[in-house]
Ligand binder design. Structure first.
Ligand code: ACO
Length: 452
């Protein structure tokens, strides 16, 4: 394939600033035919061939198992450089946000595209407070759920049901800006309440209503840990840690759950159903369920005497099928920048409180052993965001099966921002990948009596 340096006029693909994104074309020679493929260049210099006409012009499609090299959309929300370990939301490095911002402010940034001024921030906080309570009928729905149900199942079911209480227009293109803003605030606020209620339900304690005077994260901890007649004292350090964790989880461009939200939304499905689908995708142990897996792995190693080398040997044994939870990433081929921030926060938090967690010690040793081992070095496997996050969640008193739920609360602004961006892309287009069929050729139906 050659790259033709042509000047393209009137390119239809434009950046948010209105600049043409196609400045050159690549030449594909296939079966004696020449096809010019527009080369799309993003603001950070990433390049892609636009293969939109490939099949109609050549009868070929591209094959990319697991979408490792496929750009499914243009997006102005999050930038990742996996080779350099860079992550930015709307251009701002995630390290700066983790240090200086709050989760609510970061959510606003992702969804609205800019940091809020004081008036906008106050208005957004007001909306979050107004939407914090659930309709009283939710109590009956919670009553019917078996206590052993995983909180991710509860969360996804309840978010779908929310659509019945707050009916959005069936056609997302008919929702105006203020409606989308309202539903965003409503979801952010209510998902937090549902998450806390699902925990209370699982331990058989009464639901604790949201407190109007508390901010987003403090309110969550209050609903999780207060008891009737016994208020949970708000711990500023715990609130800060929770803000940090949620900020770090807030978006990660086209990951499995966000792509799910976009794909479901591309069928013009309402926001609640799209978010519920994202929650289900996130639940998997190779995605947002990894934080739970990490904790279970660390507990297993601890329970077995703390031999990390033995565990690493098991991971390396190709017959064992065991993966080192919290290690490896599709995009990062170096340290996940979020893992670095969380590790430093763990260090700070535990030494400030003067407490020791044996699981943190095991995690440190496991990381050290893995990072010196050729198995992990050659495959570029480094700790990801989930390697240390569970240890911090545990220190806040959050039980292991709630870890993926915490991830979902954190990822919600990202899902909403992507749903909104997808919906604003003109013209709207149904997401629908193709396949290469490898099944039997035409085979005639055999009636059951004649089958061997
Ligand atoms: N432990 C051991 N080996 C691993 C791990 C791991 N954690 N991750 C990848 N590998 C190995 C694979 O077995 C494969 O080895 P091979 O070449 O000998 O067959 C090689 O590394 C490449 O693996 P892929 O599965 O092709 O890599 P991919 O980019 O598709 O996987 C994934 C990414 C799913 C995250 C993987 O690294 C993994 O399973 N990690 C553990 C689960 C985890 O922590 N998930 C959270 C990810 S971050 C997030 O979603 C929030």
């Amino acid at each position: 394939m050659e790259v033709l340096r042509l000047s393209i006029q009137n390119s239809e693909l434009k950046s948010k600033k209105g600049e043409g994104l196609v400045k050159e074309k690549a030449l594909l020679k296939i079966d004696g035919k020449n096809l010019e493929l527009p080369v799309i260049v993003g603001t950070e210099g990433e390049k892609a061939f636009d293969i939109g006409d490939l099949r109609s012009q050549t009868s070929f499609i591209t094959y990319d198992y697991g979408y490792a090299n496929t750009g499914s959309c243009l997006s102005a929300i999050t930038f990742i450089d996996g080779e350099k370990g860079i992550l930015r939301y709307r251009g701002i490095p995630v390290e700066q946000l983790a240090e200086q911002s709050t989760f609510v402010e970061t959510a606003y940034l992702l969804i609205s595209g800019k940091l809020p001024n004081k008036k906008e921030a106050d208005q957004f906080s007001k909306e979050l407070t107004e939407h914090a309570s659930l309709h009283q009928d939710f109590k009956h729905i919670f009553d019917g759920i078996p206590s052993a149900t995983h909180p991710m199942a509860v969360l996804s079911a309840m978010v779908t049901i929310l659509s019945g209480f707050h009916v959005p227009s069936g056609d997302p293109n008919k929702q105006n800006e203020s409606e989308v803003r309202k539903f965003s605030a409503l979801l952010l606020s209510k998902v937090r309440t549902i998450a806390a209620y699902s925990y209370k339900k699982s331990i058989g304690q009464p639901f604790i209503y949201p407190h109007r005077a508390l901010n987003y994260c403090a309110n969550f901890l209050h609903m999780m840990f207060s008891l009737p007649g016994e208020e949970y004292p708000v711990d500023d350090e715990a609130v800060r840690i929770l803000n940090l964790l949620l900020i770090l989880h807030a978006d990660h461009e086209q990951n499995c759950s966000t792509s799910t939200v976009r794909l479901v939304g591309s069928a013009q499905t309402n926001l609640f159903a799209c978010i519920a689908a994202g929650i289900c995708a996130l639940w998997g142990p190779w995605h947002g369920g990894a934080n739970q897996e990490v904790m279970e792995m660390l507990e297993e190693i601890h329970g077995g005497g703390g031999d990390v080398k033995q565990y690493v040997a098991k991971v390396k044994d190709s017959n064992s099928k065991v993966r080192l939870a919290g290690f490896g990433h599709r995009v990062y081929k170096t340290f996940d920048p979020r893992a670095k921030v969380i590790k430093a926060a763990c260090d700070r938090y535990f030494s400030k409180r003067g407490v020791e967690d044996p699981l943190l010690e095991i995690a440190f040793r496991l990381e050290e052993v893995a990072l010196r081992d050729d198995f992990f070095i050659s495959r570029k496997l480094y700790p990801n965001v989930d390697f240390y996050s569970g240890i911090l969640y545990k220190s806040l008193g959050i039980p292991t099966n709630m870890f993926p739920v915490m991830f979902a609360i954190g990822r919600l602004p990202g899902w909403i921002a992507h749903w909104k961006e997808m919906r604003e892309t003109k013209p709207p287009r149904l997401g629908r990948p193709r396949q290469i069929y490898t099944g039997p050729l035409k085979t005639d139906y055999i009636p059951v009596v004649k089958r061997s």
